[in-house]
Write a protein that binds this ligand. Structure first.
Ligand SMILES: [Zn+2]
Length: 303
């Protein structure tokens, strides 16, 4: 049995996954803010799953942790996890010191990519497109994560697509992330709603012209990200996940409309059959936690 923890900006998901890839235990905790609290949250999650599974933390085949930010997996070191209030943290060492077990730390989008790949029973190549506060992708090629030579693979949110677009947090202008993400929407659409993008969709449905424009740009940006992933890596499947994937068929429908409009004007784009490669991550599937469990030692042949 493997244990996986996904430390998110507001909540932390943890699962136990058996040798066939089935989730046998699951808990959800509120994530603390700042390095010390993040470590405490991770430890609490591990102990809770260990308790439910009836084993000591050392009794798991592997323990993996997915966390946002720049992650050096070999060192267990996390940098720039802004939403967690973590600037620099050796999460691997901190947990090893407290629990006496080794853990594998991985970027959360990469972990989710691996989790979705196995969870959906995919076998070829896949890109997991995380449309959340930011926009990024994780690539799984032949069952393994492809991080790139220096860890930059899948950072497609920072591909500039509009020289006159908004200034991005990365210092460039008009990045895909400035239109195709929650933060991109928040920049141009203010809402007091707990789910601002859902509120945007509802305003658009109600006929608000500006909401319709922003919603169309969001769909265009997600569609552009899918096209980039296929043209760059020719992945068989693009799985849309992340916070905005909870919009479900409404987001997917918009995106498929954009893809089909491109196919109508370009035989080349039509030949890529983009629409047939896209699917949504199942709504309540804890992809990042499952992926974190697997990343400690990838299972083979799990479907
Ligand atoms: Zn950028």
């Amino acid at each position: 049995v493997r244990l996986g923890v996904d430390i998110g900006g507001t909540k932390t998901d943890a699962v136990a996954v058996d040798s066939t890839g089935v989730t046998t235990q699951r808990v959800r905790l509120v994530t603390g803010f700042g390095s010390r609290e993040v470590v405490e949250t991770a430890i609490a999650a591990i102990l809770k799953i260990a308790d439910l599974s009836g084993v000591d933390p050392g009794g798991f085949e592997s323990i993996g942790i997915g966390i946002p930010g720049m992650v050096d997996s070999a060192a267990g070191y996390v940098r720039h996890a802004v939403n967690l209030g973590v600037d620099g943290l050796n999460l691997g060492d901190a947990i090893a010191e407290r629990l006496g077990v080794g853990v594998r730390v991985e970027n959360d989008v990469s972990a989710a990519a691996l989790g979705a790949y196995y969870g959906l029973g995919l076998t070829s190549s896949m890109a997991y497109l995380n449309v959340g506060t930011g926009l990024a992708a994780g690539l799984v090629i032949n069952g393994e994560l492809w991080r790139g030579a220096r860890g930059a693979a899948g950072e497609i949110g920072h591909i500039p697509v509009d020289p006159n677009g908004a200034l991005c947090g990365c210092g460039q202008r008009g990045c895909l992330e400035t239109v195709a993400s929650g933060s991109g929407v928040a920049r141009v659409w203010t809402s007091a709603d707990q789910y601002p993008v859902r509120a945007l969709f509802e305003a658009a449905d109600a006929g608000d012209t500006r909401a319709r424009e922003i919603r169309a740009k969001l769909a265009g940006g997600v569609a552009a990200a899918i096209r980039v992933l296929v043209l760059n890596a020719d992945v068989e499947t693009v799985v849309i996940g992340g916070g905005l994937s909870h919009l479900g068929e409404r987001l997917l429908g918009d995106v498929l409309d954009v893809l089909s409009s491109w196919s109508a004007t370009s035989p080349f784009v039509a030949s890529l059959e983009l629409a047939s490669r896209v699917q949504l991550v199942p709504n309540d599937f804890p992809a990042a936690a499952v992926g974190a469990a697997l990343v400690g030692g990838t299972l083979s042949g799990v479907a």
